[in-house]
Design a binder for this molecule. Structure first.
Ligand SMILES: Nc1ncnc2c1ncn2[C@@H]1O[C@H](COP(=O)(O)OP(=O)(O)OP(=O)(O)O)[C@@H](O)[C@H]1O
Ligand SMILES: [Mg+2]
Length: 255
């Protein structure tokens, strides 16, 4: 595992000597704000076309993990590899390249049309509309006039349309009715299968994640405490809740 301030370095992506088959490989990542480390020694990988959930309650460190991967935060240790190459540039280079990020709330320009939003993101419009056909009739509309769910789809389409290897998503279900969230998650599954993008999905609500993720990482106090297959999330809800809350018996036994 590499040590040192790899995330804060300002060089472009550099080949790594360590082979990796995963699209996203996070190794021993420690990061935070100022001198305060909030996430500690976080390691996991996401394969192509896979959706991995990062779950935990408020303040667990989920958003901090996404921001550190995306390069918005200085890291204190560890490294992030995408397609086997170490990411070492600042956020603006990463997010234009192999890493796409959709943050909580809606990352769209409300006063611009849907078409302009896609164009500004340099998204492949035909591909974006193929993945999110609901947006086709809305192309001439200002994005601010779309429903919350449609705006979330536009935010995804803008990012996916730039062909990232890795898609980081924070709280897709934020502020949406459950039925709308579920429809978008179904769409996300189709996107992962069609494009082979590796998805890291931050979610606080276990039941939304359970419907879509292949695997789930459970985070508490900045540490990944457990990993379990997505299909087991619902049936092992009580164990997962214990990890959310922390405590000495907060361990998921392997199946
Ligand atoms: N800009 C910041 N400066 C200092 N501390 C911060 C900052 N942002 C977050 N934190 C702290 O880092 C910890 C983790 O926050 P983070 O936002 O990563 O949690 P989260 O798991 O995304 O929570 P939520 O589900 O509420 O979004 C919290 O204790 C929070 O107070
Ligand atoms: Mg958060």
């Amino acid at each position: 595992m590499a040590t040192g301030n790899a995330l804060a370095a300002s060089t472009e992506s550099a080949p790594t000597t360590t082979a990796s088959t995963a699209a996203l490989d996070v190794r021993g990542l420690t990061a935070g704000y100022g001198s305060l480390a909030v996430i500690h020694d976080v390691s996991f990988s996401v394969g192509r076309g896979e959706i991995v959930g990062l779950l935990g309650r408020n303040g667990a460190g989920k958003t901090t993990t996404l921001m550190a991967i995306a390069g918005f935060l200085g890291g204190y240790g560890g490294e992030v590899l995408v397609d086997g190459r170490a990411l070492t540039g600042p956020a603006h280079r990463r997010s234009r390249g192999p890493v796409g990020i959709v943050l909580e709330g809606r990352s769209v320009f409300p006063s611009l049309t849907v078409r302009q939003n896609l164009g500004l993101a340099q998204a492949d419009v035909d591909e974006a509309l193929g993945l999110f056909p609901e947006l086709t009739p809305k192309l001439p509309l200002r994005a601010g006039l779309l429903s919350g769910g449609e705006q979330q789809m536009l935010a995804l389409a803008r990012t996916v349309g730039r062909h990232p290897s890795v898609l980081l998503i924070d709280e897709l279900s934020f502020g949406l009715a459950p039925a709308v969230s579920e429809r978008i998650l179904e769409r996300l599954r189709a996107v992962a299968e069609a494009t082979a993008v590796a998805v890291l999905l931050v979610e606080q609500h276990l039941h939304f994640a359970a419907s879509v993720v292949d695997r789930a990482l459970i985070m508490n106090e900045g540490v990944v405490r457990a990993e379990l297959p997505g299909p087991e999330l619902a049936s092992r809800e009580q164990e997962v809740e214990r990890i959310y809350l922390g405590g000495p018996d907060a361990v998921v036994a392997p199946t």
